[in-house]
Write a protein that binds this ligand. Structure first.
Ligand SMILES: Cc1cc2nc3c(=O)[nH]c(=O)nc-3n(C[C@H](O)[C@H](O)[C@H](O)COP(=O)(O)O)c2cc1C
Length: 350
């Protein structure tokens, strides 16, 4: 059985991927999407999204990273895939799941699920542009408004050359509203010969078990659940499916502190200083679903504006100060994207 770490634009970038894959448990991760329009993207664009490309396309903890492309023009998708392939990604993934209106307006993401024939042409063009042996996967939702064409879309992608399909078990119209319709993953899996990975609303070990039972597939991709619970994949692998009790959670929180220290350091290296507190709050906000330590920390830094103010609180809560995290050794040799002024600001919604 495989466990995959989901792409999440604006949340799970190379910084958080580095930290979340340290405890292990994932077979591969997928980068957030690179948007392909009518141009050839420069190498530095791919490297900014996936700094792991500088290190054999693995995270510092050793998890392979596939790079995701989003677009609708088969020829440009293929040309960009060929360019990306020269950088040696662990694989290329195609995005047919993004529901964002700005992306959909330009015919990208989930809106293409109304056009299975185009999905086929994109997958075939990209597959043809990749060197032999480089895996191509695709991530889709169930449809635009309803799942009526989900099987047709999956067949189009598989026939076009995708050797693995991740199905986020909701339509574009569903957005991120629970539930995820895992029973539809079963219908999609029945329609294709390639492996299908179930995705959506897996927050706990018990969710994982139910998702597999309902979907009938062995492989699962974790998204927000992985961010909220960095040890989830490792616990699933160890067969520990029940929620940890308070004592176990407290022990996990202590193990998380060095990872928070590493995250803080990587954030500082990557984003402008004014955006750093937002990134730290964003992760803590999700961690607070599972860790009382994160709830306390979040409550204290919520109103703070500067990294030095946030640092003071982090250190008081036991997060190793900058330069002293346990992962320092790895940090010095690990890929860290250069700070860029064009870095998208992370919005934090309290
Ligand atoms: C903030 C955010 C950003 C996302 N960005 C991407 C993306 O870049 N590419 C993609 O294929 N899916 C993206 N997704 C969808 C996730 O990969 C995943 O399919 C979805 O969150 C459902 O899984 P979950 O319930 O386990 O979170 C994003 C989801 C969120 C919440």
């Amino acid at each position: 059985m495989r466990l995959l770490l989901a792409p999440m634009e604006g949340l799970l970038d190379d910084v958080l991927r580095a930290v979340l894959t340290r405890p292990g448990g994932y077979d591969h991760a997928v980068s957030e999407f690179a948007r392909v329009s009518g141009t050839l993207l420069p190498d530095r664009f791919f490297r900014r999204i996936a700094s792991e490309l500088e290190c054999d396309s693995v995270t510092p903890g050793g998890t392979p990273v596939r790079v995701q492309l989003l677009g609708s023009d088969p020829a440009y998708m293929a040309a960009n895939a060929a360019r990306l392939a020269r950088l040696g990604p662990a694989g290329v993934d195609l995005n047919f799941g993004c529901p964002a209106p700005t992306v959909n307006r330009h015919r990208g993401g989930a809106v293409l699920l109304d056009e299975p024939e185009l999905l086929f042409r994109i997958a075939r063009a990209v597959a043809g542009a990749l060197p032999c042996g480089m895996p191509l996967s695709a991530k889709m939702r169930l449809g635009v408004r309803d799942p009526g064409r989900a099987q047709e879309c999956a067949q189009a992608l598989a026939d076009g050359g995708a050797s693995l399909l991740v199905v986020h078990a909701r339509t574009k119209l569903d957005g991120y509203r629970p539930p995820a319709h895992w029973e539809w993953v079963a219908r999609v899996a029945d329609a294709v010969d390639v492996p299908v990975v179930a995705n959506g609303e897996v927050w706990t070990g018990v969710d994982w078990l139910r998702c597999r039972a309902v979907s009938g597939v062995a492989d699962v991709m974790l998204g927000r659940g992985a961010v909220a619970d960095p040890f989830l994949a490792r616990r699933i692998r160890a067969g520990q499916l029940d929620a940890p009790d308070a004592e176990a959670r407290a022990a996990e929180w202590r193990a998380l502190l060095p990872l928070l220290g590493e995250f803080r350091e990587r954030v500082q290296l990557k984003v402008e200083a004014r955006h750093a507190p937002g990134r730290i709050k964003q992760w803590l906000h999700l961690l607070a679903r599972n860790y009382t330590g994160a709830q306390r920390l979040f409550a204290e830094i919520r109103a703070l504006r500067t990294l030095s103010e946030v640092d003071e609180v982090l250190i008081r809560h036991g997060v190793p100060p900058a330069g002293a995290s346990d992962s320092r050794q790895a940090l010095t040799s690990a890929p860290v994207a250069a700070r860029t002024d064009s870095q998208t600001p992370v919005k934090f919604a309290a």
